[in-house]
Design a protein around this ligand. Sequence first.
Ligand code: PEP
Length: 216
Amino acid sequence: MKHLIVANWKMNPSTLEEAKDIFNQVKETGAVICPPFVYLSALGANGAQDCFYEDKGAFTGETSFLMLKNLGVEYVILGHSERRKYQKETDAIIGKKIKASLAADLKVILCVDRISQIKNALKKIENWKLKIGNLVIAYEPLFAIGTGKACPPERAEKMRVAIKKVLGESVLVLYGGSVNSQNAKDYVAKASFDGLLVGGASLKPKEFIDIVKIAC
Ligand code: PEP
């Protein structure tokens, strides 16, 4: 696969039956599929939408990085704007999650809409450069997430370049925000992103397969 395509199902769908139906249609695409935690095991998916930074213990309702690792999950999305908004996750909390996940050799997809979020989250991780191969940044401008108003590719490209300036050319940078089969090419071809983070459209198997085909 030429580009890294990640499906963020968010808190969807409502039944395991539907989850299996979507998953079975998209699993051959080679994309990273991130369903809700409750479906991870049954689907054998390779991605998760979050994790907690302690490995186990009295943290009711949480799912640890170690549980994901032991389940065979490869990628974890951290710092998604919806978690920053609804769960009040701060850069400091996200930094702890990144640190624990990288130490366990999980691949981290860190979502940001500005450079300061990267710098703040990595501040207390002394050896992040050693783990740079396992760190992926998803540039997700707030105004574009779930709104149908994707970021103009020229504007997104400026952020891609700025992120690589901070972290180095080798870090993978994805674009996320109202991606669909009509605009997917703009981000990987025109704006030269290394891949895409797809929310809403990843729940529509035909549309998602088209996006993967266009982007890869
Ligand atoms: C997302 O959830 O990260 C996202 C980009 O959502 P959408 O594609 O629906 O804008």
